[in-house]
Design a protein around this ligand. Sequence first.
Ligand code: PLP
Length: 496
Amino acid sequence: MAVEPLIYELGKSGRRAVKFPKPTVPETPLPEKLRREALNWPEVSEIDVIRHYTRLSQKNHAIDINMYPLGSCTMKYNPKINEAVARYPGFARLHPYQPESTVQGALELMFDLQEMLAEISGFDAVTLQPAAGAHGELTGCLIMRAYHAERGDTGRTKMIIPDSAHGTNPATARMAGFQVVTLPSDDRGNADVDKLRALVGPDTAGLMITNPNTLGLWDEHIAEVVEIVHGAGGLVYNDGANFNAILGIARPGDLDIDIMHYNLHKTFSTPHGGGGPGSGPVGVRKELAKYLPTPRVRKITEGDDVRYEWFRPEATIGRLHSFNGNFGMHVRAYCYIRMHGAEGLRQISEDAVLNANYLMTQLRDRYEMPYDRTCMHEFVASGNLQKQQHGVKTLDIAKRLLDFGVHPPTTYFPLIVPEALMIEPTETESKESLDYFIDAMRQIADEAETTPELVTSAPHTTETKRLDEVGANRNLNLRWQPEAAPEREKEAVAAD
Ligand SMILES: *Cc1c(COP(=O)(O)O)cnc(C)c1O
């Protein structure tokens, strides 16, 4: 394009969005230290600002624009009512240092959310404090450590993790001081129980398992897996990021699992993906409740009098987050759960599983399905055929999907599937959106055969084309600078 759109250099000296009236109080200058003469703010009118941010928002893909089948991330639609409720001043304007007596409504909401999450998952106690799934994993690992330490069982240094696990699991276990032992999957995509039997022993702290796993499969031997680990004196952690598949159908607590995190920003529709912040509450069975992070909320009933208060669990592992976690996310998840009710939650999972199976059956004649059995809320296809026969890689397929206005699936994960395409449609897509995705994927399979260079050179319609991802990683630069920065701005930067 010859004429570049106006993007950044919008400022003109003297332009204003707001005109403030003259102050009616004496002016007090800021202390010298806080003043930055060289601060080179752009001077813009209101419409410039609105257009700037609207334009920026359109450069990225979002669930509010089109389908976002990013496997493992559960990029479902986030109902706008969650946002409306989270913005109620009675929630949004609270300060975490306010006395308990003035925030009883917020405490009641947190207490009820703890109870609802416990009920949905079959656990006895829940903390809302962790800020993400991985943070929940850390909480769980620290609880395992505290549990063994309190029993004087200090030789338990190893955490067993299936090779289909999310990358955060081994990273977290390591951060919590455990050695990671990898458990291979069997050819149906389950944790290999014979190998597990050989791995467990007096040095086993526990096992972290994602179920349904990252192949989108329910582990057919989960009861046996739990029994083997418990038999060796270890604890079982369930990575609950895939909870969207089993709401109202199966409860990990009923399977004797000890600890699990929930991703409110996946299953319970609080925004994520650039939109955060996240929230990763953790549920535990009764014996482990005393280790949960402090503080937790409890309900005190005296006659007709009900009140809520903070308390410190007896053997707490301490604080995992400032204040009480990301409260705004608790409000959104609470709203979502109350809006759906028990039957609605079950319907969510049934629809999520149905949608994923529909896509899988409609694509299996064009794409390899390395684990071709009924899937849960997601499935893993492979671009192996396209790569072997036409030199079109999974990365190319993913990039080509962008031209259809669809966010690509997760690629090259899980690691045990070559050229993996991990697809999770979620329950919020209509039959028409699913069919659109199927048509796009089938057309790309056709193109790989007839015009492979169309796919290998994609995307063709997006704002930016192929990015230098390695370069971006190695030379991380998060600070935008105007190209023709005035001298004083450069000096200010140099002085930083
Ligand atoms: C997303 C995810 C995580 C990590 O959750 P974050 O909230 O991103 O930290 C862990 N395990 C699985 C299977 C996931 O999909």
